[in-house]
Ligand binder design. Structure first.
Ligand SMILES: [Zn+2]
Length: 376
């Protein structure tokens, strides 16, 4: 197994790449960032923005938002810094938290037009259940409408510019996938989770093509209309998880209060505040690949030089993959399965990163990290 020598990301993440010195793609991007001529990027962005303003559309740009730290930053930046007339599009997740609702209301109250899209909850439940049993990644299905709704609205309203936040190809270093590392967000359908398409959902009982209208967008139609899509992260020097949270808090964004890392599997309070079942999905990721949300967050903090390696490893060993039973109950209730069925299913997906010793499952990644921290 390979662990990045700069952050502590393992090579068990699907699509991640490493160079010969065992530095992961996300850390390579961090180095790349230092060499970027940001003044030049700003000029590139100005051209994109000016083109958008020249169109006859009512809105200059459309932005997909959840009300979270990244989308608040995107919307405020697009309006106040770039002077764009924005239409916000919100895909409303199932089981949205009270805090998620509050943050979305806060974003609207900052002065934006917003369209909210919520695909049929009965269909959402079926596809979520399908993804749990088939991939042990039940948020996969929701990522289709999360992305596509913004693109569909751009097409319907003939809005010349789509602004997305960060390109996962850059942030988590998975640019082995078709999405690439450039600014072009029209390629979002090639993201790791979306590239398989939606065809398989049509095999679920009573799910039809029409039910999945908000699950996919037509790139060709957008190209024909001259619509451009950008990852705004590509153009902004100041773009980081913690930085965006600090920025958005000044505009009323609220993070989780009094978090218990042993219940939610991370020490970070400002991530995915609109969902509680996200903790469950991260725990499932931990079963498959040996790392969860805490790993992602310490890696962000290592790259931003907000944490040292030892602290990062300690946090991962302590909290990664943890998820309180109350969230698991909530999820099981939602897809209407028993806890017994839940645990039986996740056991089937336990990845190669685990081995059994005296009846106990040992995580090889943790073993290796523990060795490293003991030798420090
Ligand atoms: Zn790394």
């Amino acid at each position: 197994m390979r662990i990045c020598t700069k952050c502590i990301q393992p090579n068990t993440r699907p699509g991640v790449f490493f160079n010969e010195e065992s530095v992961c793609g996300a850390c390579l991007w961090e180095d790349e960032k230092k060499k970027i001529d940001w003044a030049e990027r700003k000029k590139e962005l100005e051209i994109v923005v000016n083109d958008a303003k020249k169109s006859n559309a009512v809105y200059d740009c459309v932005i997909g938002v959840s009300g979270g730290k990244d989308s608040t930053k995107q919307a405020v930046t697009a309006r106040d810094e770039l002077g764009l007339n924005c239409l916000l599009v919100n895909y409303q997740p199932e089981n949205i938290t009270e805090l998620g609702r509050k943050n979305l209301e806060n974003l609207k109250s900052l002065g934006f037009d917003l369209i909210s899209i919520r695909p049929n909850p009965k269909i959402m439940m079926k596809v979520t259940k399908h993804d749990f049993f088939n991939y042990l990644n039940f948020v996969k299905a929701s990522e289709f409408p999360l992305y596509a709704s913004t693109y569909i609205i751009a097409e319907k309203f003939k809005i010349p510019l789509i602004i997305q936040g960060e390109n996962p190809g850059l942030t988590v270093g998975t640019s082995l996938t078709g999405v690439g590392t450039d600014s072009d967000a029209l390629k979002a359908y090639q993201l790791q989770t979306l590239s398989g398409g939606i065809q398989e959902y049509l095999d679920i009982d009573d799910v039809t093509q029409k039910d999945l209208y908000f699950f996919h967008y037509d790139v060709q139609k957008l190209l024909d209309l001259n619509v451009k899509g950008i990852w705004i992260q590509y153009y902004l020097k100041e773009w980081s998880s913690t930085g965006n949270a600090e920025f958005s808090k000044k505009y009323g964004f609220q993070e989780r209060e009094n978090i218990k890392p042993e219940e939610i599997g991370t020490y970070v309070p400002f991530n995915a505040c609109d969902s509680d079942v996200v903790h469950v999905n991260q725990m499932l990721k931990f079963m498959k690949f040996g790392f969860g949300q805490c790993m992602d967050h310490v890696c962000y903090d290592l790259r931003d030089k907000l944490m040292d390696r030892k602290t990062a490893i300690d946090l991962v060993l302590k909290y990664d993959g943890k998820c309180d039973e109350k969230y698991i109950d909530k999820f099981c209730n939602y897809i209407q399965i028993s806890k017994d069925e839940f645990y039986k299913t996740i056991e089937k997906f336990r990845g190669d990163i685990w081995y059994e010793k005296d009846g106990i499952w040992i995580n090889k990644l943790h073993e290796q990290l523990k060795k490293e921290v003991d030798s420090l």
